[in-house]
Design a protein around this ligand. Structure first.
Ligand code: S3P
Length: 260
């Protein structure tokens, strides 16, 4: 056999193997969706990082040539990421929108949820900064709050066209009813709440919040929160209290409350 024939034969072999891999991949995905259905029906927790560790341990035990260990881990991490993404798409066929006062944990929780659910995450303030090529405090200083709110509205309109993403909103996004309407059009709005005391302790050292500049006191936060409270509540599909809870606890509460 000449070397070209040999290459052709090896490629045919790979093709046959790929066919089997895809057959089993599909079979695995379908089984994952059956597990999802079972968990949903029986009210069981859905996303478990510890279960992924178990799977990895098991597959490494099946591996015969330990030289491929890293590649097997890479392959399975990819498979499990795809499973999570597929499950999230099935469970949440809409955007998950986090709103709430400054310091209620929107960005931190969004990042965690994004990782857990394998859903893309965006932060409205981050996008505004990119668009303006300036930091939030600088936008306020140079152009004022009115211009900031205009940019915010443009970003919300753009994001509302997207699907299956997690949106972490700046604390004032819902002050504009147009933003609420746009976000509600294909998203579920989750309000993160916290007491003025908790908020104060989370933001007191921040230099990124122009609205609290030179007014960083519990009393001021309390007043501002009182002014906005009704608007936050009216915009929310779900309300999650974040006081004295870990990021994991808050994220799990969001997931189960959205599934109710
Ligand atoms: C604002 C909250 C900030 C940022 C801007 C205005 C507000 O976002 O959008 O400083 O009006 O509450 P965070 O809630 O992420 O701090």
């Amino acid at each position: 056999m000449n070397s070209l024939d040999e290459l052709k034969k090896l490629r045919q072999e790979i093709d046959a193997i790929d066919k089997e891999i895809i057959y089993f991949f599909e079979k695995r995905m379908n089984t994952v969706l059956q597990v999802l259905e079972y968990k949903r029906k029986n009210g069981l927790p859905i996303f478990h990082k510890s279960r992924e560790q178990e799977v990895l341990k098991k597959i490494l035990g099946y591996l015969q040539n330990k030289d491929f260990e890293q590649e097997a881990v890479d392959l399975y991490e990819g498979i499990m990421r795809s499973s999570r993404r597929r499950q999230s798409r099935t469970l949440f066929p809409y955007n998950i929108v986090l709103i709430g006062f400054m310091g209620t944990g929107k960005s931190t929780i969004s990042r965690h949820l994004s990782n857990l659910l394998e859903m893309e995450f965006v932060d409205t303030d981050g996008l505004i900064e990119e668009k303006a090529e300036l930091s939030i405090p600088m936008i306020f200083e140079k152009y004022g709050e009115v211009r900031f709110r205009e940019l915010e509205k443009e970003i919300i309109q753009e994001l509302s066209q997207k699907k299956n993403i997690i949106i972490s909103c700046g604390g004032g996004v819902v002050l504009n009813p147009d933003n609420v309407t746009a976000l509600k059009s294909n998203g579920k709005i989750v309000l993160l709440s916290a007491s003025p005391n908790t908020i104060y302790h989370r933001v007191k050292d921040s230099i990124e919040r122009p609205l609290l500049k030179d007014k960083m006191t519990i009393e001021y936060i309390e007043g501002m929160l009182a002014q906005r409270e009704k608007i936050y509540l009216a915009a929310a599909h779900r309300i999650i209290d974040t006081n004295n809870k870990t990021v994991e606890e808050i994220s799990n509460e969001i997931i189960s409350s959205l599934l109710k």
